[in-house]
Write a protein that binds this ligand. Sequence first.
Ligand SMILES: NC(=O)c1ccc[n+]([C@@H]2O[C@H](COP(=O)([O-])OP(=O)(O)OC[C@H]3O[C@@H](n4cnc5c(N)ncnc54)[C@H](O)[C@@H]3O)[C@@H](O)[C@H]2O)c1
Ligand SMILES: [Zn+2]
Length: 362
Amino acid sequence: MIITVALEERSYDVIVEPGALDRAGAMIVALTKGVVPIVTDAHVAPLHLAALVASLEKAGLSPKPIVLAPGEATKSFSELEALSNTLLAAGVDRGSLIVALGGGVVGDLTGFVAGIIKRGIGFVQIPTTLLAQVDSSVGGKTAINTAHGKNLIGLFHQPRFVLADTDLLRTLPRRELLAGYAEVVKYGALGDRKFFEWLEGHGAQALSGDSAAMVQAVAHSCRMKAAIVARDEREIADRALLNLGHTFGHALEAATGYSDRLLHGEAVAIGMALAFQLSVRLGLCERQDCERFIRHLKTIGLPSAIADVPGPRPSALSLLDHMRHDKKVAEGKLTFVLLRAIGEAFTTTDVPQQALEALLDV
Ligand SMILES: NC(=O)c1ccc[n+]([C@@H]2O[C@H](COP(=O)([O-])OP(=O)(O)OC[C@H]3O[C@@H](n4cnc5c(N)ncnc54)[C@H](O)[C@@H]3O)[C@@H](O)[C@H]2O)c1
Ligand SMILES: [Zn+2]
């Protein structure tokens, strides 16, 4: 399946296909010649790097793997500097293309470096996590983290294409797979009730290795993200809907110290449940839709309440405090994505503090 992200001269294709990794060389050789740096991490390298290297070599290219430490800490100034120097030492020029083979961490850092090195060169995303296939590899947001918060230094830099090989997900730990699925359900919740209903019927199948179902889930998610990004590349309006569950989610991640206690997707799952509950409290959404949404999270095995966070419960005060420091605060007002129903999300800055406190205190 091919999905086009329509952004005029920055348009590109997202190819969703089991086994697509074998085609990487043929696709990349059409765009560049010679040395091709591949940025990956030490978990992905032993699993999937050899296949990519073989595909590039078969196309007559000279792959140059760069293996980074796995984990969020890699999205840092020091890694940015190190990677930039490694790429410069490898002789990248304006005609080079850098390949990101990995999850969102590798994709975000590589995209950022590609956006600034020699004032911007091309890059290709080969996402290897479900989260990266349905979310971070599409849309051109790149960033690193700082002491002041996550993703605060970065730029918009669109890839030349995205190759989402769903077979690569077979080696992903179950917990990471489920966390990525939270972003898949998000698309149904924010804008496509039919897709949500399809997920109720086929989501579990996709997660347990049914290749056709996984391709459908990934491709439909990418199609929805591509449409939103095409309407609003720089998040001035519609793109903010993609933050459904993220205002609460980021607060939960911050309150748990961005630790193993809570993966991003798990935090987003709880955040979406809270967004539904807040919408019900404010009389915007039917209780049945909220319950139905939460039931699906539970069926799949995702957390859906603050009480599901392992360890000490993050306090309402700490969550509110983290929310006030979110980068989605504009002119002192927090933006929330709320729901009128499953499949009908909208943004608002108009949430009474009382309702928020009551929601988080329960
Ligand atoms: N740019 C965007 O629009 C955007 C959107 C959402 C998230 N993000 C960013 O994405 C990052 C999270 O991405 P992620 O969840 O992919 O995390 P990740 O890149 O840390 O990958 C998760 C774990 O899975 C491992 N892994 C990756 N692929 C594997 C595979 N096929 N088999 C086995 N193990 C594999 C990784 O080494 C890592 O340990 C965050 O930094 C977040 O800020 C960016
Ligand atoms: Zn997310």
